[in-house]
Design a protein around this ligand. Structure first.
Ligand SMILES: Nc1ncnc2c1ncn2[C@@H]1O[C@H](COP(=O)(O)OP(=O)(O)OP(=O)(O)O)[C@@H](O)[C@H]1O
Ligand SMILES: [Mg+2]
Length: 261
């Protein structure tokens, strides 16, 4: 068995967000187990460390410079950001997107403002960065997020809701905080797809305490965010969203089914 000191040191390494120290300590525990004749435990620990390290290095090579932290401390909960944010390098171009006049103008406006953000800054203005895309399925909301990423030369991260919502009190908010820390530290387009999963009205009947807290945390982090990332929320059900959300977006784009033309 690992000693109390070793367990404390392991916990401290996670709290300090020191992944390398965590692995070193885990390997020390393995050696100790081996010396005590517990070959299988030692082997299991070494294998676990090996798997974790190789998947971490695989991930790094995919990320090409933009860093996801596997261990992140928030309210003493260790969070695996790989489960929360899915990274993709996109190649959809603006010319792939066919939109009605107003939609097209809004998308063009976002691109122009972001590209000219230094010019805007001279007048104390900021580019649009927080967008809500609404409309029925299959009309280009996800495609638009991809196009924004490609055209602005940014990676696209998609939030994975199934990884976000936790049944443990407070854990979802901690995960959301970690996501917003990532948004602040790694410039990218962040797609919150099926956004009604967290943005539903706080008084709706299916309300559970944790979901309400998630929305409150989301509103707080979203408002505080002053990063250079673009946050794109998409939903088929804008009528389900909490009214407090709408004024926090810089732009709301309504996607409609294509017309005859
Ligand atoms: N406006 C559009 N211009 C060009 N292609 C489109 C457009 N809308 C949809 N498509 C095509 O349909 C596919 C599905 O669209 P997309 O995934 O963007 O829909 P969505 O609005 O995100 O739907 P959902 O609400 O189901 O997520 C796209 O990958 C693209 O091939
Ligand atoms: Mg979609």
């Amino acid at each position: 068995m690992a000693t109390a000191d070793q367990i404390k040191a392991l916990v401290k390494s996670i709290v300090d967000n020191d992944e390398n120290r965590f692995y070193t300590l885990a390997l020390q525990v393995a050696s100790k187990e081996e010396k005590q004749g517990h070959q299988r435990v030692a082997k299991d620990i070494r294998e676990l460390v090996g798997e974790r390290k190789s998947s971490a290095s695989r991930l790094k090579s995919v990320q090409k410079g933009s860093s996801i932290k596997s261990f992140k401390r928030s309210n003493n909960i260790s969070i695996d950001l790989d489960e929360l944010l899915h990274l993709a390098h996109t190649n959809s171009r603006l010319s792939d997107l066919v939109l009605g006049g107003e939609c097209q103008a809004q998308v063009n406006g976002i691109l122009t403002e972001y590209r000219q953000k230094h010019e805007l800054a001279k007048y104390g203005l900021l580019p649009k960065r927080k967008m809500l895309l609404t409309g029925p399925p299959g009309n280009g909301k996800t495609l638009t997020a991809k196009v924004l990423a490609t055209e602005l030369g940014l990676p696209l991260y998609t939030l994975q809701f199934d990884g976000l919502i936790s049944r443990f009190l407070g854990e979802t908010a901690a995960k959301l905080r970690a996501v917003f820390e990532h948004i602040a530290s790694s410039k990218a387009v962040y797609l919150f797809d099926e956004f009604d999963a967290i943005g539903a009205k706080r008084d709706s009947n299916n309300d559970v305490g944790e979901i309400r807290r998630v929305l409150n945390s989301f509103l707080q982090f979203f408002e505080e965010d002053s990063s250079e990332s673009l946050i794109v929320c998409a939903t088929n059900h804008p009528e389900l969203l909490d009214p407090a959300l709408f004024r926090r977006f810089d732009d709301i784009i309504e996607f409609k089914p294509p017309e005859k033309n």
